[in-house]
Design a protein around this ligand. Sequence first.
Ligand code: ADP
Length: 254
Amino acid sequence: MNKLEIKHIFMNYHSMAGETEAIKDVSLIVNKGDFVSIVGPSGSGKSTLLNIIAGLIKPSKGKILVDGQNLENFSGQFGYMFQKDELFEWLNIYKNVLIGLKVKHRETPSNIKKIEEMLKEYKLLEFKNHYPSELSGGMRQRASLIRTLALNPEILILDEPFSALDYQSRLRASDEIYKIIKQEGKTVIMVTHDISEAISMSQRIIIFSKRPAKIKKEISIDFKDNSLTPLQKRADPRFREYFDSVWKELEIDE
Ligand code: ADP
């Protein structure tokens, strides 16, 4: 995958109560290796757009193209991470991270080896026989990400991935998850309501207007030093400036 194109997406929901216009003409290009975050008022259509990109719902109008081809043929390229880690409590961590491969009949020796390498690299190997309830929230999110990465998706879709965690854990988890994503060279589209999280992790922030969602502004994030971790970026003087710019845009919508 080199390029994901979101082209003139419109979405209207129909229900007994009437029609809800959720998205109104959103277009966006995401290149390989990008980390793009979408922020905006609650109920503005962010999750709706993620679901459309993931092919889970069909837009009323518009297209999603991967390298110029219609999305239908590319659903295998997406991996997901949600607020809830969706680990199975009755399976140990090893079985949890293996389950995707099992379901897809892809338990090849090389895929299993890759999982073991990731468990080791991302400090979960010694917990492989533990059950999810014995792990911290951040460790659970790491396990959930390894399970997703096992299927080797090109694009990761993160929907409020840390919002179930307490403040300290979410700072640490976003740092760790960021490191894994960069190391594995994945392309990411993340929805978050946390401006600081968006600034510390992304290269671009897309600000949605209130419903129906339109792109109000796009802000490029560049801390000049690519080796900075999300935690280090929070301490950089540029962080405050980016925060103020994003905040101002969101505030105008109140
Ligand atoms: P966000 O993720 O920005 O909080 P959503 O994409 O979840 O927003 O929702 C956008 C709007 O669409 C909201 O007004 C919501 O009530 C409405 N909506 C979402 N899903 C449905 C649905 N399945 N049927 C009807 N309306 C929906």
